[in-house]
Design a protein. Structure first.
Length: 201
């Protein structure tokens, strides 16, 4: 079997990096090398540098996972903490163990944002599936209809905020689940979901 033309390989490298960025996991040069069975990191680096020169990728100097997709007037990239799992189903104890960091493009202070990995399918009607990553902006209040991360007593959940007669209700986007109607004062909004990311493979 003949060798794959360099242009075809480079296109595959671009698609690999693009998909990893869409899933919130920018690859390192060595991860690109491993994904394509290149014999050395230099081969992977040459493909990546060629994509940067062609304007198809941007690279933040001095950052191992600094590749990103170009865009007009784009916000700078910041690394935010990825904090365990947030149930999108029956209430479960909140897990806030630091899993790592997530690159996001934002003009806000990075401390205003954090990431959570969703567990459960109660929000599938809103396009938030089990295993998705959500980017959350810390804020103690939200508007009716917005998707929030809320604490009920000592448990966290991802739900759509509804207000009925001034009382907070947390609604799923899946008919298999019932709304959560906490006692007054028992619920606290942690933040608003502002982005959803999904890894396709």
């Amino acid at each position: 079997m003949g060798r794959t033309p360099a242009g075809q390989t480079r296109e595959k490298v671009f698609r690999f990096v693009r998909d990893r960025l869409a899933g919130g996991h920018p690859p390192t040069v060595r991860e690109v090398m491993d994904a394509f069975d290149f014999r050395s990191p230099q081969t992977a680096r040459e493909h990546l540098e060629a994509l940067v020169e062609a304007g198809r990728l941007n690279k933040e100097p001095g950052v191992a996972r600094g590749f990103r997709l170009p865009g007009r007037g784009e916000a700078p990239t910041a690394m935010i903490p990825l904090l365990g799992r947030a149930p999108a189903g029956p209430l479960k104890a909140a897990v806030e163990a630091l899993e790592g960091h997530l690159p996001v493009q934002t003009r806000r202070a990075p401390g205003d944002l954090f990431g959570l990995r969703v567990k459960g399918d109660s929000m599938k009607g809103a396009g938030i599936l089990d295993g998705d990553l959500v980017v959350v902006r810390r804020q103690p209040r939200a508007e009716a209809g917005e998707i929030v991360v809320a604490m009920v007593d000592d448990e966290a959940t991802v739900k759509r905020l509804r207000l009925k007669r001034g009382r907070i209700e947390l609604h799923p986007e899946n008919d298999a689940y019932a709304p959560i109607v906490p006692e007054p004062g028992a619920v606290r909004v942690i933040g608003k979901v502002v982005e959803v990311r999904r890894k396709l493979e």
